[in-house]
Ligand binder design. Structure first.
Ligand SMILES: C[S@@+](CC[C@H](N)C(=O)[O-])C[C@H]1O[C@@H](n2cnc3c(N)ncnc32)[C@H](O)[C@@H]1O
Length: 266
């Protein structure tokens, strides 16, 4: 396998183990993935055919939420678990609203950071860093972001890769306490649904990847927003969050599998 290692694949990554960033990239039609990621995605789609549309709906939520924050005057974005760059990246939306907007991308997957570096090399105001959501220190120390001014903090489809043992609620609270009033938390998260078909097989598959997943109940997801005020419509299925048109919601928003919300720091 390593003989096939493309020049953009950092030596530090294990090409033989599927990884959330690259599986998601493949589901969205990207090219920064390896055979093991594609094999994993094929198995995932077999047991849960909704996974691909769920990924697209999640990404569409991210784009609408960034646009919303830009409309509220936010000019600094910190995107943690940003993934591999794909169409409609945060800096593209934020800098369309204001070319001076700043965007810090953070991911713990080296392929995501390498690709982001390549994409951003001629983009002032946007940077990528290797970092872990559960270690706020380096992210909060980045000189790119002035935390004394409002920030949109994005944690989109990332917290469901962090088990309770790594204390994700405490980590999110540390970030939120560093934000200034008027900042926003933009978050989406896979929802626990005991009657979901293929659930056990999906869990078993992810256990074999380098990024096992964990779904949470709506109450547990709501706790990430502690101390913040939800903007309308609150915590809802991804297509229900401020859709561009009512038809975009569809008859089964729950088929998106993911809850999403945006909340403001008072
Ligand atoms: C499903 S992708 C979501 C990408 C993007 N946020 C979106 O919603 O379109 C999840 C990303 O979270 C990253 N990730 C997982 N655990 C992480 C952690 N502890 N710290 C930082 N990033 C993490 C993965 O590498 C992957 O790129």
């Amino acid at each position: 396998m390593t003989g096939d290692r493309p020049s953009w694949a950092p030596e530090s990554i294990d090409l033989d183990r599927p990884n959330a960033a690259r599986i998601y990239d493949y589901l969205l039609g990207g090219a920064a993935n390896f055979e093991q990621d594609r094999v994993f995605a094929a198995k995932l789609l077999e047991v849960m055919p909704l996974a691909r549309s769920a990924a697209r709906l999640n990404r569409a939520f991210l784009r609408r939420a960034v646009r919303f924050c830009a409309e509220q005057g936010i000019r600094q974005f910190v995107d943690i678990g940003s993934g591999i760059p794909t169409a409609g990246n945060v800096h593209e939306i934020a800098q369309a609203a204001d070319p001076g907007a700043r965007v810090l991308y953070v991911d713990n997957e080296p392929v995501a950071v390498t690709h982001s570096d390549l994409l951003l090399k001629d983009t002032p105001g946007a940077e990528a860093m290797l970092g872990d959501l559960t270690d706020p220190g380096p992210v909060l120390a980045s000189p790119l972001i002035d935390y004394s001014r409002p920030v949109a903090l994005l944690m989109v489809a990332v917290l469901h890769f962090i088990p309770d043992s790594a204390e994700p609620h405490d980590a999110v609270a540390r970030y939120v306490s560093a934000l200034s009033p008027g900042s926003f938390l933009v978050l989406s998260h896979g929802v626990e649904n005991p009657s979901l078909e293929g659930r056990a097989e999906v869990d078993r598959l992810y256990q074999e990847s380098s990024t096992p997943g964990v779904r949470r109940t709506p109450d547990d997801i709501t706790r990430f927003f502690h101390g913040l005020e939800f903007v309308e419509p609150g915590l809802v299925w991804t297509p229900e969050w401020r859709p561009d048109s009512p038809e975009d919601v569809g008859e089964h928003p729950e088929a998106s599998l993911v809850f999403a919300g945006v909340a403001r720091k008072p």
